[in-house]
Design a protein around this ligand. Structure first.
Ligand SMILES: C[S@@+](CC[C@H](N)C(=O)[O-])C[C@H]1O[C@@H](n2cnc3c(N)ncnc32)[C@H](O)[C@@H]1O
Length: 324
């Protein structure tokens, strides 16, 4: 897997992000060393066992990210690819179609993209960072939207491995998922044109540090796209769940829209605008044949779907766009 990042390092060289190269290759090597995760060796072998096949076409600009068509490779091979891809269960973010294999993921991540795509500065030719990108579904969409280079980061190694399983079948597109957490990023990169943080904010213990970190990755005038959970309420209202929230253990701050707006302003962002608010439904997040574990329907109060099983308001999400 490590060698798959060489072209990223080459691509970074002549960009404002060149300084990142001082530590990045060593960090990636360390993050992907076998002792970092008990299953990593197994996942690397599974990646190597993926059958080879060449797609005649790809489409990164549609709700279902498509790599190849069923006719590109014999049905027996398609079946083998399907069995192999399934070994990377659970598939949470998608959907994807790989040689006609429909990877019906837990999340309809395309709905989130649809909610924001018309409100962001067009990504044509931009350097884009996706913090907490999961298996990279939105990274492919960012590439499809014209970005020059897309870098996703996620410390959860199975997601990184899923990304590599898909990239195995595309060319060397300028899209990468790095096995890093936000805390592994250098200070003051000041180089990305657009930075996305989607579904990460509420997992951070210090919301202001998160906003300042995101700002430090952007060049002056760059754009932040922040997607997170919210509660109804006025300015300065915020939910800090004492225990779990919708079964998630590591949820810290769920602000109201007005609170989040004021925090973005306080962190120094300009032109702060809320572009979407939406309730998460069981059509958007649910168990599927590619993610067979519990999902949102299991985390809502069976007698009152307006509440989580812990008695908190059921998940609602918002998207903010702001400038550095
Ligand atoms: C709710 S998911 C959101 C995935 C995707 N961005 C989306 O919106 O669909 C949160 C992601 O943040 C990742 N994450 C957790 N800790 C992180 C950290 N310290 N730095 C960056 N990402 C992190 C998780 O592994 C997970 O993939």
């Amino acid at each position: 897997m490590i060698d798959k990042y060489t072209s990223l390092y080459n691509r970074l060289e002549n960009t404002p992000l060149g300084n990142w190269l001082v530590r990045l290759p060593e960090q990636v090597k360390e993050a992907l060393s076998d002792e970092k995760h008990g299953d990593l060796e197994k996942w690397k072998s599974l990646l190597e066992e993926l059958p080879c096949a060449k797609p005649t076409s790809t489409d990164f600009n549609a709700g279902t990210v498509r790599i190849g068509d069923p006719d590109d490779t014999p049905p027996v091979k398609v079946q083998k690819i399907k069995e192999q891809l399934f070994k990377f269960h659970p598939w949470r973010k998608g959907p994807y179609s790989v040689f006609g294999i429909h990877i019906n993921t837990e999340w309809r991540s395309d709905w989130k993209w649809d909610r924001l795509k018309d409100f962001i500065t067009p990504l044509d030719n931009r350097l884009v960072l996706d913090v907490g990108c999961g298996n990279g579904y939105h990274c492919w969409r960012m590439l499809g939207a014209g970005a020059r280079l897309v870098v996703g980061i996620d410390p959860y190694l199975l997601s990184v491995v899923q990304f590599h399983a898909l990239k195995h079948y595309t060319g060397d597109e300028p899209v990468y998922v790095l096995p890093l957490g936000i805390e592994d990023m250098p200070d003051n990169l000041n180089g990305f044109d657009t930075v996305f943080s989607m579904g990460v904010f509420y997992h951070r213990r210090s919301p202001f540090d998160h906003l300042y970190e995101l700002k430090s990755f952007l060049r002056g005038g760059g754009e932040l796209v922040l997607e997170t959970l919210l509660i109804d309420g006025g300015k300065n209202e915020v939910l800090v769940p004492e225990g779990r929230y919708a079964n998630m253990r590591n949820v810290w701050f769920i602000p109201s829209c007005l609170t989040l707006e004021s925090w973005l302003v306080r962190a120094g962002f300009k032109n702060v605008r809320m572009v979407n608010v939406c309730r998460t439904t069981a059509e958007e997040q649910r168990p599927t044949e590619w993610m067979t574990w519990e999902s949102l329907p299991d985390f809502l109060d069976p007698d009152n779907p307006d509440l989580t099983i812990e008695g908190h308001p059921a998940p609602k999400r918002t998207i903010f766009v702001a400038d550095k």
